[in-house]
Ligand binder design. Structure first.
Ligand code: EPU
Length: 285
């Protein structure tokens, strides 16, 4: 289904972004394959938690992936391990709840990370405790030419917050290998991760997660903090006082203000620390 109405600020966790040319809501893999085969330029939107979109919108179709089939099930198990299949439109929260309820361990690092499984695979989301690439056994991917393919993880080329697939490819499903544990242990780990997150990240403000990748071995947040930029404001956007790798929208922030803060952080960290920061967030234009 094609829709003309809707603004990206209603669909992204940063709450910024105007209207695209149109939205496309595929309900099947075939429908999506036909569409992208005929479309030279499109953006993919899952949970909208790692995207910054301009206030004037984008001159392209935004493909919303949330009406694709929802799959979340155990596909294989041994005495100690379990393989879970999950489709792109399943939220990380639902996936983790499923794991918690059944006592499956390995994806706890996802606790509190917004967005869906598709986005998690597409950027190899994670924390120092783990990432999607490590947990993935196999993916189902749709290439821009419309070809659907199952790939073992070795062929995906998961790197630090990156994957080696062609631009425009869509991650449709993943199979993840977890370890059997107890519901209590999994729950305890999740609670402690959520507590740490609440104490160290601006969870109560609109944001798009970490702005920059960590330039190993240091944390980008630590560098921006040391550069003295915590609390810096441009309009209604602000470098978080709690964690300097987050920019928060204090209400009505403009895309340009956020971009100015990103540029300022890059320039200052380069000058003061000699480190080049690279964006983790996807900036649409
Ligand atoms: N730190 C500061 N100042 C700050 C922020 C952090 O000094 O403003 C210090 C902390 O005190 C700590 C170190 O930097 O000693 C690392 O901080 P933290 O534990 O917060 O981890 P991080 O490396 O900054 C990573 C992920 C986060 C994830 C946390 C979980 C990346 C780019 N960031 O942050 O992921 O939530 O670990 O602890 O991998 C995301 O990807 O969107 C994201 C937020």
């Amino acid at each position: 289904m094609i829709k003309k109405n809707g603004r990206l600020c209603e669909m992204t966790t940063m709450r910024v972004g105007g209207k695209p040319s149109s939205f496309f809501y595929p309900t099947s893999y075939q429908e999506l394959a036909n569409f992208i085969y005929h479309s030279p330029h499109y953006y993919l939107l899952g949970g909208g938690s790692n995207v910054l979109a301009p206030d004037e919108g984008v001159a392209a179709t935004v493909i919303k992936l949330d009406r694709l089939p929802k799959i979340l099930k155990v596909v294989k198990e041994t005495e100690q391990e379990v393989w879970i299949q999950a489709s792109a439109s399943i939220s990380k929260f639902s996936f983790l709840s499923f794991c918690k309820d059944l006592g499956f361990s390995g994806m706890e690092f996802c606790a509190g990370i917004p967005g869906n499984i598709g986005g998690g695979l597409a950027m190899n989301a994670g924390t120092p405790l783990g990432d999607f690439g490590t947990m993935t056994e196999e993916i189902l991917i749709l290439f821009p030419q419309g070809k659907l393919e199952k790939l073992p993880k070795e062929k995906v080329g998961f790197g630090y917050r990156s994957v080696h697939v062609p631009t425009g490819a869509v991650f449709l499903e993943g199979v993840f290998k977890l370890k059997k544990n107890t519901k209590e242990n999994v729950s305890k780990t999740i609670q402690s991760i959520l507590k740490h997150r609440q104490e160290t990240q601006p969870v109560s403000h609109s944001n798009c997660g970490c702005i920059f990748k960590n330039p190993t071995p240091v944390s980008a947040g630590q560098l921006i903090d040391q550069a003295g930029l915590k609390g810096t404001r441009m309009g209604h956007a602000q470098i978080s006082n709690l964690h300097a790798n987050f920019i928060i929208n204090k209400g009505g922030a403009r895309f340009d203000d956020i971009i100015s803060l990103i540029s300022l952080a890059k320039k200052t960290v380069q000058e003061k620390c000699g480190v080049t920061l690279e964006e983790e967030v996807k900036i649409w234009s």
